[in-house]
Design a protein around this ligand. Sequence first.
Ligand SMILES: N[C@@H](CCC(=O)N[C@@H](CS)C(=O)NCC(=O)O)C(=O)O
Length: 208
Amino acid sequence: MKLYYSPGACSLATHIVMAELNMAYEIEAVNLSDKTCMTGDYKKINMQGSVPALKMDNGEILTEGSIITQYLADQKNDGMILGKFGTTERYRTLEWMNYISMEIHKNFSPLFSTDKKFTNTQTQEDVKNYFKTILTEKFNFVSEKMNTNLFLMGNNFTIADAYMFTCMTWAKYVGMDMGQWSNLNTYMSRVMERPSVLKAMREEGLLK
Ligand SMILES: N[C@@H](CCC(=O)N[C@@H](CS)C(=O)NCC(=O)O)C(=O)O
């Protein structure tokens, strides 16, 4: 299996899941600006030009991080990082996955491109503040729902934590102060201690 990734992008969640499952995998970095990778034109691999993309052992390419992580967890199917088929736990974890994808990830995305899309500095600020206000509401919800739980699903780390952690690392890049959510900060430190997270971050050059 090979993961196409960009350092620190949402593909980090997939990378963490592969490490958490102790899988044998390769990784290949993608330059998202010019859509190239070591093996050439990345759009020939994923025509959308986005990461993550997974080259499965049968040679097919699977995209959409939320689905790739389900696919990976199901290779093990031990119910550890994603509940087994038919269990409520599975759908609760997938409920988080969809929430993170739709409500967190995609409200961060515009914050990375505002300066390129708008030339007027006031417009840039207005757009950034708009998305930061939305994200604040989302983090209020996540913080309340998590309460003092160790992880999103309670005591066990799941694929949803790999995704939430990855998105929350972006706050510092977009100048969003996370100080008001002390339980989320503790949660980030807890996830950061996991060997799988450290391994994936090191492999992406995000840590020494
Ligand atoms: N729907 C995709 C979206 C993936 C996505 O937004 N990837 C970003 C990085 S976090 C990306 O590759 N952006 C560059 C681009 O789309 O050109 C998924 O959930 O996997």
